[in-house]
Ligand binder design. Structure first.
Ligand code: ADP
Length: 467
């Protein structure tokens, strides 16, 4: 079963490090070492000995010209039996000998069996003497000491074979040729050990890099946690402050509105004008505070979502109807383009509606004439709603501004002379709401032609270019 809680990166890195550098069973990830020694290496050994048997067959038949089935079957059985027996030993005893590495013991013993294979392929006449170099080659990725030990032991094995042939079997040996072969075996082995030095240096460098990465990740995790905590605290503070500000501000607006009615008829025209400005500015301030409160609530993750199946057709129509009144006498058409039927979407209706209102409100604000279209797109494969576009034929947004408009308080036309009302918080709220619903909000725009804001209900597609 998959681990339900993702591990932090630093922990993953430590685990990888343990596995990469574990040399002995019982150190690092034992399961990994155990699996390698009792499954992977024995499998390789069995395959290796089978290939060696085939090599002996070909060598004796075609190179040596001295092939006998009896001898071939003998060495074949010896090698395969050894491969299987060593597998069984590793399987039964590997766990028990934690201090003594049984895997290394069999690596060394392989050399004895290989020497026997050389003996069966003609001894001093065998071309297969080179196989004694392979152990240092396949160990050169471990460490220099181990590779050097195998280098000496394999040369020693060949020396014993030659001595056996000369003094026990009393074969006629060409000593110059055998000493040359010993030299070849030894020098090739030493060369392999030298490559182990390079491998070791690389390993040490990797180790250093991994340690450094590990430290950096830990530091990064700590600072991210701190930053998240600070951000939550900031949002909480803002939420509290906004709440505290709204109460007195509401009474300022309320009392100013009451005074504006001028019930006792004792206020001059100028006083009423001042009161009107207090009420207007108060309302603007209240709007700003309300939006700020919304944004900080979303960012502090204190907004509760009420997820239920929602018909997007109904939601879009309802929202558009609600905003119809805002068109007033402008030459604007507010239209919807909706699929005839589509599955209900599990979402928070109020929150999605707020996003649509923010986007439509902007479209109305920044479009003098033309059309504003709300379009729902279905996913071609699933036929489920995948995207909602709010498209206008308004002023558009310059490319250098597109990346910034979702930042709180950012307004393209933010100077003293700005023509449009607004707080600069609408898009920041809309995007935060989208994120809290698991959606993405993107925009495409061209100055003078209009803008399209898209709510991606299933994350972001990569095919379109967006801000
Ligand atoms: P505001 O309250 O100023 O509308 P928003 O966060 O909603 O704040 O929008 C930020 C800025 O993005 C706006 O001031 C405007 O410059 C730009 N903008 C948003 N929507 C549109 C649109 N549909 N067309 C052109 N510009 C837009």
């Amino acid at each position: 079963m998959a681990d339900p809680t993702p591990r932090p990166d630093s922990e993953n890195l430590r685990r990888m490090h343990r596995e990469l550098f574990a040399r002995h069973p019982g150190q690092g990830s034992f399961r990994e070492v155990f699996y390698t020694n009792i499954v992977r290496f024995p499998q390789l050994r069995l395959i290796g000995f089978t290939i060696l048997a085939a090599a002996i067959f070909l060598h004796n038949k075609f190179v040596l010209g001295d092939f006998s089935w009896d001898k071939f079957i003998e060495i074949f059985v010896i090698m395969e039996a050894y491969a299987l027996l060593s597998w069984l030993c590793l399987y039964l005893f590997f766990k028990r000998f934690r201090l003594f590495d049984l895997g290394i013991f069999f690596f060394a013993f392989d050399l004895v069996v290989w020497t026997l294979a050389i003996y069966y392929s003609g001894g001093e006449r065998s071309w297969l003497f080179f196989i004694l170099v392979l152990r240092s080659a396949d160990q050169s990725f471990t460490n220099v000491r181990r590779t050097l030990s195998f280098a000496h032991f394999s040369t020693f094995c060949y020396l014993v074979l030659v001595l056996y042939l000369a003094f026990v079997e009393r074969r006629e040996i060409s000593w110059t040729s055998e000493v040359t072969k010993l030299f070849l075996i030894y020098s090739a082995n030493i060369y392999m050990a030298l490559t182990a030095v390079t491998a070791n240096q690389l390993r040490r460098r990797t180790l250093r890099a991994m340690r450094m990465t590990g430290r950096l990740i830990v530091e990064l995790e700590k600072s991210t946690a701190k930053a998240e905590e600070a951000s939550r605290a900031k949002s909480q503070f803002l939420a509290n402050m906004s709440h505290e500000l709204r109460t007195p501000l509401n009474s300022v607006i309320g009392f100013a509105s009451v005074m504006m009615r001028n019930v006792n008829k004792n206020l001059k025209r100028r006083d009423i004008n001042f009161l009107q400005r207090i009420v207007e500015n108060g309302k603007h301030l209240l709007d700003l505070i309300n939006q700020l409160l919304d944004l900080s609530k979303i960012e502090a993750s204190t907004t509760k979502l009420k997820i239920a199946p929602v018909s997007l057709n109904r939601l879009v129509k309802k929202t558009v109807d609600q905003l119809e009144g805002e068109i007033r006498n402008k030459p604007i058409r507010l239209i919807t383009s909706l699929p005839k039927s589509m599955a209900a979407v599990p979402t928070d209706e109020q929150k999605l509606k707020q996003v649509l209102i923010n986007l439509l409100g902007n479209a109305l604000k920044f479009t003098k004439k033309g059309t504003i279209t709300v379009r729902v797109h279905l996913e071609p494969s699933t036929k489920k709603p995948g995207r909602i576009d709010v498209q206008d034929t308004g002023v558009g947004i310059a490319q250098d501004q597109i990346g910034k408009i979702f930042d709180p308080f950012h307004q393209v036309d933010g100077g003293q002379t700005r023509k449009h009302e607004g707080t600069g918080l609408g898009l920041a709220i809309a995007r935060s709401l989208c994120h809290s619903l698991g959606y993405d909000l993107k925009v495409e725009s061209k100055v003078g032609e209009g803008s399209t804001f898209s709510i991606f209900l299933n994350g972001t597609p990569t095919s379109r270019r967006h801000a």
